[in-house]
Design a protein around this ligand. Structure first.
Ligand code: ZN
Length: 268
């Protein structure tokens, strides 16, 4: 049984096969449009140690990635008076933590990869291999929780969203970036696209959202969406690069060619 029945009021009966690449299958909930990993291919998973990071050349263009995370933190800042504590779930090798540190924001990153944690620690960043449950038990609270391409790696994304809500201070924000299930190329190619293929990122992902069902998922868990997609007009913080980059993103989103969704939601 899929989890959208409890959170999105789906019937739980209305699924159709979406893609199949040998044993890796995805199916679509026709009620909410979420694309889930099929129950019978849940055991296909990926390890997140050094090979994983090597294979993706994770540390390439580090400066640019730290900058991009910084832009997003600044964007979130427009919706919050005082972001002083940031949690990144799935902090990888610490681009966002570094951007937070540069802004004088207290940061903590968590990740299931010891390789990633060691990498961050060696850079003087605060990162730990602990679970959301551990954090809840320690009564930690944050003003901003950042999840960049992380939510789709969880078998139960709704539980993660609820945990975020619990871990946030009043008016706290969650920043979510996930792949876009409406991305036209992936929609057309299905199992031949890296989203759903064994050779691509399919084995790492359990769920694909679009703006509509991501928004509903957040609204059903004590959040209101304050920013959907990248803004066209930018605040005083941004430089020309950022501005041009955003205009390009915005233009691609109109024709469903944007691969990534961005949502910022506030705890209510
Ligand atoms: Zn559904």
């Amino acid at each position: 049984m899929q989890k959208c029945t409890e959170r999105l009021n789906c019937s739980g009966k209305n699924y159709s096969p979406y893609s199949q690449d040998s044993a890796l299958k995805f199916e679509e909930c026709n009620d909410c449009g979420l694309i889930w990993r099929s129950e019978d291919s849940m055991e296909i998973t990926k390890l997140y140690e050094q090979d994983y990071f090597d294979s993706k050349s994770y540390n390439k263009r580090r400066k640019h990635k730290v900058k991009k995370s910084g832009w997003i933190i600044d964007l979130a800042n427009l919706h919050h008076k005082n972001i002083s504590k940031l949690l990144e779930i799935g902090c990888s090798i610490g681009y966002t933590l570094e951007a937070a540190k540069n802004r004088g924001i207290k940061h903590l990153g968590i990740d299931i990869s010891n390789f990633a944690i060691d990498f961050c620690t060696n850079l003087g960043l605060n990162a730990k291999n602990i679970s959301l449950e551990d954090l809840k038990n320690s009564k930690s609270k944050f003003d901003l929780i950042y999840m960049q391409h992380v939510l789709e790696h969880f078998t139960n994304p709704f539980e993660v969203i609820s945990n975020c809500n619990e871990l946030l201070n009043e008016n706290g924000l969650v920043v979510i970036m996930v792949p876009n299930s409406e991305y036209a190329k992936a929609k057309k190619q299905k199992a031949n696209h890296r989203f759903y293929s064994i050779e691509g990122v399919g084995p790492e992902h359990f769920v694909y959202f679009n703006y509509s069902n991501l928004k509903t998922s957040l609204e059903g868990s004590g959040f209101k969406v304050v920013q959907q997609d990248y803004p066209i007009l930018t605040g005083k913080y941004y430089n020309m690069n950022f501005f041009l980059n955003r205009i390009f993103r915005r233009a691609t989103s109109i024709v469903h060619s944007n691969q990534e969704l961005l949502i910022i939601a506030q705890k209510i």
